[in-house]
Design a protein around this ligand. Structure first.
Ligand code: C5P
Length: 311
């Protein structure tokens, strides 16, 4: 009798921006303790998983030439981690196709998003009885930002960023994203912050409480005054042109701009949807970045496209 092959599963997964990213000192395990407020944006990747006799990974879209397709790809590591978790010892007979809209090495957790989407996709493909919280445990082992990509929305992250508590966010916020022509390595940006701190005392952003209050109020003007990222000084130190990009976004009419995570993508908060379209048009003519996108947030985390049966 022929085995029934399940149909491929496609998952859409959001990018993140850090509205607040307070980096504390280096821990013994090589990570920094941090307090962050994440927001998931409508800039997404789509990940398709399928049963196959030829396991492997393909990448299309943003940065397709620079994404590894071997076992080091975080999405493939997600396949292996979930297979191990459910006791599928043999090599997983899975094909993973990444269609990328999120910039690679851009500070928007694109690789983490792909890993989260792969977990959700496989849970559906393999018909696993597994909760999203159980998937989040596996996600945290893959990378600091992977659990957030599973849940999406707006959340307070602590530890390495993997311990999450949802944050109430009223209304929708409108963003313009400026992609740079080259990525930045996250470990290098954290190291640069350590170097800057050893050499002097760059100012640290304060508490996250006002940001949480601004999110609850839903007022983008209030939130704009509070965007903060301790990694911004390090990203700008490695890529001084970002100063010009940040200025150009505000000159184009954004309420405020920030480097997203470890950069180099710059995220600009705008008054409303119309203003975001205008800022994007003006910024793309300013010649300070490779490409510009409009997005809104918060949006949900990794979800099966056209289905609601995912964990
Ligand atoms: O967890 P993830 O693999 O995404 O982290 C990539 C790198 O970023 C780490 O190896 C570490 O150098 C740096 N990092 C850090 N502190 C964090 C998160 C990441 O130093 N909280």
């Amino acid at each position: 009798m022929l085995a029934v092959v399940p149909p491929p599963v496609t998952v859409r997964v959001p990018a993140k921006v850090n509205l607040h990213l307070a980096v504390d000192d280096l821990r013994e395990d090589g990570y920094h303790e941090l307090v962050t407020v994440f927001q998931a944006l409508s800039l997404t990747d789509e990940v398709t998983v399928a049963v196959t006799e030829e396991p492997g990974l393909e990448v299309y879209g943003e940065g397709e030439g620079s994404v590894p397709t071997g076992p080091e790809n975080l999405a493939w590591r997600a396949v292996e981690a979930l297979a191990a978790h459910v006791g599928r010892a043999e090599e997983p007979k899975v094909r993973v196709v990444l269609r990328k809209g999120i910039p690679v090495a851009g500070g928007m957790a694109g690789g983490s998003a792909d890993a989260a989407a792969t977990l959700v996709g496989l849970a559906s493909l393999w018909n696993l009885e597994i909760t999203r919280d159980e998937l989040a445990g596996i996600a945290a082992g893959l990378g600091s930002d992977v659990p957030f990509a599973l849940y999406g929305g707006t959340a307070l992250g602590t530890g390495r960023g993997e311990h999450l508590v949802p944050v109430l966010s009223r209304h929708t916020f409108h963003w313009v994203l400026a992609f740079d022509s080259e990525g930045l390595s996250t470990p290098k940006v954290f190291k640069e912050l350590d170097r800057l701190r050893a050499a002097g005392n760059p100012p640290r952003i304060g508490s996250h409480t006002p940001v949480v209050e601004a999110l609850a109020s839903g007022d983008p003007r209030q939130l704009a005054l509070l965007l903060g990222n301790d990694l911004q000084a390090a990203a700008v130190s490695l890529r001084p042109e970002l100063r010009r990009t940040l200025r150009a976004g505000v000159n184009a009419g954004a309420l405020a701009g920030t480097v997203s995570g470890s950069g180099p993508t710059c995220a600009f908060l705008c008054e409303d949807a119309q203003s975001a379209v205008e800022v994007a048009a003006e910024l793309s003519g300013a010649g300070v970045c490779r490409t510009v996108r409009v997005a809104h947030g918060p949006v949900p985390g990794a979800r099966v496209v056209g289905g609601d049966d995912a964990p």
